[in-house]
Design a protein around this ligand. Structure first.
Ligand SMILES: Cc1cc2nc3c(=O)[nH]c(=O)nc-3n(C[C@H](O)[C@H](O)[C@H](O)COP(=O)(O)OP(=O)(O)OC[C@H]3O[C@@H](n4cnc5c(N)ncnc54)[C@H](O)[C@@H]3O)c2cc1C
Length: 420
């Protein structure tokens, strides 16, 4: 169904065997520094430490002591998960895997000297550097919004206090009020994420504030799992959700956080809560390292090595790798390929051809889960899709429940894979 301005919905190629690496000092263990302890970085650090059995010295740099997964943060908004249940600490990576976990920001990278500078002033040497810093926002992509207005108009696209704030604002909405989402342009982290979020907020509002409205202002013509979401919104949240696409000016949007307005192609809408999800780019440390082209850091899919510096591997959302969506599943899958390549380069261990997979589950309503996924392989040009699958409209309740349960199993599996 094409939605109009005012139509309510509900209306390696072959693996290479690298020669054992002789690192700069020629003595001691080779050193790997990982920047970012999220889906990509935590997985890579754990796999390198675990599989090298102490042969490689691994340091993980991450400012937060608790990592809140963006995955399942929408379920927290919908009331299906607690905030505590999506929080993870780094203790096991340090105690069981011997990883040197440093809670600080990386602020500088000297690629010639192979050193990382931390905000606290420490300097770390590396033989290989892994960057998995996730995303930052493109300045000025939504006029009127910048990080100084993120408390008035939260993005909640890095999970934690922003997600808590957004939920509190939704709970404080007046009866019959309006929640607006300014959706991001492609490419961005988690293609179905904004639309799962709309589903979860609709689920909450239906119970607590049933006359409230949801307005999606979307610069994209179409979006991930669109037919599945629209079917679910029609069935479960009839008349609550309106989506404005670019043909009705949603690519010309600005906000005023003081006045709580969203202006769409000159039309001013007063709203009660506004979730602005700006355009995205690689986490800033990639720019600082000088390994970006445009907004992202290009990599070789065989090893996830930067195409600009072979001593650096870039994982997850920050990388420009080809066909994989920017997701936690993708970052975790890429991390294992990079970990194997790094061990091969530094210790001479065997390296196999790179294979990847991804599935993105979304919850539309209670026990109503849908998914889209694919497998991928590395070519010299990019990570290329091999084959894929997607849930179908009209599936029965038992299948949707099984899909949701599968996502719960995936969540506990990936978080154990990341944090031990
Ligand atoms: C609402 C929402 C729902 C989602 N749902 C799903 C889902 O269901 N399934 C799925 O697979 N994916 C999902 N995702 C996407 C997923 O969260 C990301 O794709 C994934 O986290 C990317 O992993 P990453 O390692 O690239 O970045 P992140 O996991 O964001 O980790 C980056 C880490 O780097 C740290 N960092 C950044 N800069 C520095 C620096 N200079 N120094 C030190 N540390 C630094 C950050 O603190 C952060 O902890 C969702 C995302 C959102 C927003």
């Amino acid at each position: 169904m094409k939605l109009t301005r005012r139509s309510f919905i509900g209306t390696t190629a072959a693996a290479t065997l690298a020669a054992p690496y002789v690192h700069a000092g020629g003595h001691g263990r080779p050193k790997v520094v990982v920047i970012g302890g999220g889906a990509g970085g935590a997985t890579a650090a754990r796999y390198i430490a675990k599989d090298s059995k102490g042969e490689i010295d691994v340091t993980l740099v991450e400012p937060s002591r608790s990592y809140y997964t963006c995955f399942f943060s929408n379920l927290y908004l919908g009331g299906f998960r607690s905030l505590d249940s999506i929080a993870h600490s780094y203790g096991t990576l340090a105690s069981a895997y011997g990883i040197n976990v440093v809670h600080d920001w990386a602020v500088g990278i000297d690629r010639d000297a192979r050193t990382v500078t931390l905000a606290g002033g420490t300097s770390l040497n590396y033989d290989r550097l892994i960057l998995s810093p996730g995303i930052d926002f493109v300045d000025g992509s939504v006029p009127g919004w910048d990080v100084s207005t993120q408390n008035a108009m939260p993005h909640a696209y890095k999970a934690g206090s922003q997600t808590e704030l957004l939920k509190a604002q939704i709970e404080a909405m007046p009866q019959g009020g309006t929640f607006a989402m300014v959706a991001p342009p492609n490419p961005y982290r988690c293609p179905p994420g904004p639309y799962e979020r709309v589903s979860m907020i609709a689920h909450k509002l239906k119970a607590e504030n049933p006359t409230a409205k949801i307005l999606i202002v979307d610069p994209k013509e179409k979006f991930s799992k669109q037919a599945l979401f629209e079917e679910g919104w029609n069935t479960n949240y009839a008349g609550m959700i309106e989506r404005i696409g670019p043909d009705f000016g949603a690519d010309k949007v600005s906000v005023d956080a003081g006045a709580m307005t969203v202006t769409i192609d000159g039309n001013v809408e007063k709203v009660d809560v506004c979730n602005v999800i700006p355009a995205m780019k690689a986490g800033r440390i990639c720019e600082i390292a000088g390994i970006t082209e445009g907004n992202w850091a290009p990599v070789n899919g065989h090893t996830m090595q930067s195409r600009i510096d072979e001593n650096i591997h870039v994982l997850g959302d920050a990388s420009a790798q080809g066909d994989m969506p920017k997701s936690g599943f993708s970052a975790n899958s890429q991390a294992k390929v990079a970990a194997m390549a790094v061990r091969g380069a530094l210790t001479g261990s065997k390296v196999f051809p790179a294979k990847f997979s991804n599935t993105c589950w979304s919850l539309i309503d209670t026990d109503n889960g849908v998914k889209v996924g694919a497998t991928y392989q590395a070519t010299d040009e990019k990570i290329a899709k091999v084959d894929g699958f997607v849930s179908q409209t009209g599936e029965d309740a038992a299948l949707r429940k099984a899909t949701y349960e599968e996502s719960i199993g995936w969540y506990s599996g990936i978080t154990s894979d990341m944090f031990g």
